[in-house]
Design a protein around this ligand. Structure first.
Ligand SMILES: CC(C)(COP(=O)(O)OP(=O)(O)OC[C@H]1O[C@@H](n2cnc3c(N)ncnc32)[C@H](O)[C@@H]1OP(=O)(O)O)[C@@H](O)C(=O)NCCC(=O)NCCS
Length: 107
C-alpha cells in the first residue's frame, strides 16, 4: 500500500507488537497521518507497552511533518479508548463501518 509504514514493537530482542501508519492519500494531505493497526501480544497487554509504543510513533509521525493524526477503534474497545485518550486523541466522529474516529492535533 502506498505510504504504508509498519512498526514492530520490541521488548529486548522479542517482537511483542505491531503498529501500522500511513499518510493521507485521498485526497493527498502531507499533514494528516493515520494509525490504522495497533496490537500488543496478549501476554504483554496491560503492562504499559502500548502506551510507550504509541508515544514513540506519535513522535516519529510528528518528525514527518504531521499536524494531525487520525485513528479508529470499535465502540466496545475500552482499552483502545483509554490508550488513545491518554495520548491526547479526542473523538471527532465515526466511520461508515461504525468505528469511532479519533484525532490528535500535533502542536
Ligand atoms: C489496545 C492495545 C494495543 C493496548 O496495548 P497495551 O500494551 O495493553 O496498553 P497499555 O498497557 O499501555 O494500557 C493502556 C491503558 O489501557 C488499560 N488497559 C490495558 N489492558 C486492559 C484491559 N484488558 N482491560 C481494561 N483496560 C486495560 C491500561 O490500564 C492503561 O490505562 P492506565 O494507564 O490508565 O492504567 C492492546 O491491548 C491490544 O493489542 N489490544 C487488541 C487489539 C486492539 O484493540 N488494537 C487497538 C484498536 S485497533
Amino acid at each position: 500500500m502506498y505510504g504504508n509504514n509498519q512498526v514492530a514493537v520490541y521488548k529486548e530482542q522479542k517482537v511483542i507488537g505491531f503498529l501500522a501508519f500511513c499518510v493521507e492519500v485521498d485526497p493527498p494531505d502531507p499533514e494528516l497521518y493515520w494509525i490504522f493497526r495497533f496490537m500488543i501480544d496478549k501476554n504483554f497487554q496491560g503492562q504499559g507497552y502500548g502506551t510507550k509504543a504509541l508515544n514513540l510513533v506519535i513522535e516519529e509521525i510528528k518528525q514527518l511533518g504531521a499536524k494531525r493524526i487520525h485513528t479508529m477503534h470499535k465502540p466496545s474497545n475500552k482499552t483502545a479508548r483509554k490508550l488513545y485518550q491518554k495520548a491526547g486523541f479526542v473523538y471527532i466522529g465515526h466511520l461508515d463501518d461504525g468505528d469511532l474516529l479519533m484525532e490528535k492535533k500535533i502542536t
